[in-house]
Design a binder for this molecule. Structure first.
Ligand SMILES: Cc1ncc(COP(=O)(O)O)c(C=O)c1O
Length: 406
């Protein structure tokens, strides 16, 4: 790309994607070759074997690294594979501080895969810098940050965490899946590594599983490249193409996700069935000030605690029609889920356990009135309407019985 200091949208559409030198194709071809001809032993044109490197994957890595303001980028077969590659820099005896609120799969990876291999961890409230200091040990190498977190939308001051971690000689890894580089750029805030589940907003259409790691640390980049090739959890060329394609519209999609989320939040804030709305864009959200400082906008993820607790939460997620009851997030279509029994089930009985009354919504880019109406109607069904009712439990039981009779 020849433009000096291109803007975000320009990079999203062009970085790593020059017209094909052979045909002039403006979209990078999906390069399916597993191996590349060599003129002599070791004499190649940048690619030898496709697990090590592939032109479509290279285009994706250059593009996403540009969006995160990183010198190095590595694409993986999933967000978990990306997280795994980052954690493989640790050796037995090393210690990690993780948030008390994070994606359940991150907790599972640490506690079920890395802990048996000798890595220790402590969960700390990363909104509280004293708690981070208290959790720090001589063996601490990494602070794992999510901001906003999955599913409680907690906002962590990335620059403040980085100051503490760096003072102790540790690294800060930020899972930027919820914010995306359009809304937040952790490396510019002082983080050392950014990880993504590109399954979510980056690809944006619920049709590809992928992961990504970005860093400006050359030594770590060498290690990541080694792990990517040695372990081989690489995305297929077609999957790389799908993420590249999705990223071209990331900025416009994110703007609409944020706009629609604001309307959904406004309705939830007024609805009696929602006891607490968790959204960093709300002025009363404890992380609102930090979010304003480190994010361009507040994102498309909205969570709320049902006044009727778990039973009400389960009823709401089963009642929506446009919001599809499904795991995952970040795509054009709206999704709704019950974290305690779905995405965060692996964190049950851990410090990362989720309130069973919590509902998580990934607000899509359908017509905003349809989204608001759908969710309002679902919430209306868990309201206690009859004065003689035994409460929402009774209402729910009667409704369930009626449904069973049908
Ligand atoms: C915040 C976050 N990080 C990482 C992951 C893991 O990504 P993947 O499902 O692509 O492996 C997820 C998945 O939901 C996530 O929500």
């Amino acid at each position: 790309m020849t433009i000096e200091r291109p803007g975000f949208e320009t990079k999203a559409i062009h970085a790593g994607q020059e017209p094909d030198p052979v045909t002039g194709a403006v979209v990078p071809p999906i390069s399916l070759a597993t191996t590349f001809a060599q003129a002599g032993v070791g004499e190649h044109r940048g690619f030898e074997y496709a697990r090590t490197g592939n032109p479509t994957r290279r285009a994706l890595e250059v593009c996403l690294a540009a969006l995160e303001g990183a010198a190095h980028g590595f694409a993986f077969a999933s967000g978990m594979a990306a997280e795994d590659a980052v954690l493989r820099a640790l050796v037995p005896g090393d210690h990690v501080v993780i948030p008390t609120d994070a994606y359940g799969g991150t907790y599972r990876l640490l506690s079920k895969v890395f802990e048996p291999a000798g890595i220790t961890w402590t969960a700390a409230d990363l909104t509280d810098m004293d708690a981070l200091e208290a959790a720090w040990r001589d063996e601490t190498r990494v602070v794992w940050v999510e901001s906003p977190t999955n599913p409680a939308l907690t906002v962590v001051d990335i620059a403040a965490v980085a100051r503490i971690a760096h003072a102790h000689g540790g690294r800060v890894v930020v899972d930027n899946t919820f914010a995306t580089p359009y809304l937040q750029q952790p490396l510019a805030l002082g983080a050392d590594v950014v990880v993504h589940s590109s399954t979510k907003y980056l690809s944006g259409h619920s049709d590809v599983i992928g992961g990504f790691v970005a860093t400006n640390d050359g030594e770590l980049a060498t290690q990541l490249g080694f792990v990517q090739n040695a372990v081989g959890a690489v995305p297929s060329p077609f999957d790389c193409y799908l993420v590249l394609r999705g990223v071209k519209t990331l900025a416009v999609r994110m703007d609409r996700h944020c706009q629609n989320a604001r309307a959904v939040v406004a309705m939830l804030a007024e609805h009696a069935a929602a006891a607490k709305v968790l959204y960093p864009g709300l002025p009363m959200h404890p992380g609102h000030g930090v979010a304003r400082k480190q994010m361009r906008d507040f994102g498309g993820m909205v969570s709320f605690v049902c006044a009727g607790g778990e039973a009400a939460a389960l009823a709401v997620v089963e009642e929506t029609r446009l919001f599809t009851l499904a795991e995952s997030l970040g795509a054009v279509e709206s999704l709704i889920e019950h974290p305690a029994q779905m995405t965060h089930l692996s964190a049950a009985d851990s410090p990362l356990a989720v309130d069973p009354g919590l509902v998580r919504c990934s607000v899509g880019i359908e017509s905003v009135d349809d989204l608001v109406d759908d969710l309002r109607r679902a919430l209306d069904t868990v309201l206690v309407r009859e004065p003689e009712s035994t409460g929402w439990r009774g209402t729910l039981q009667r409704r369930r019985k009626a449904r069973d009779r049908r």
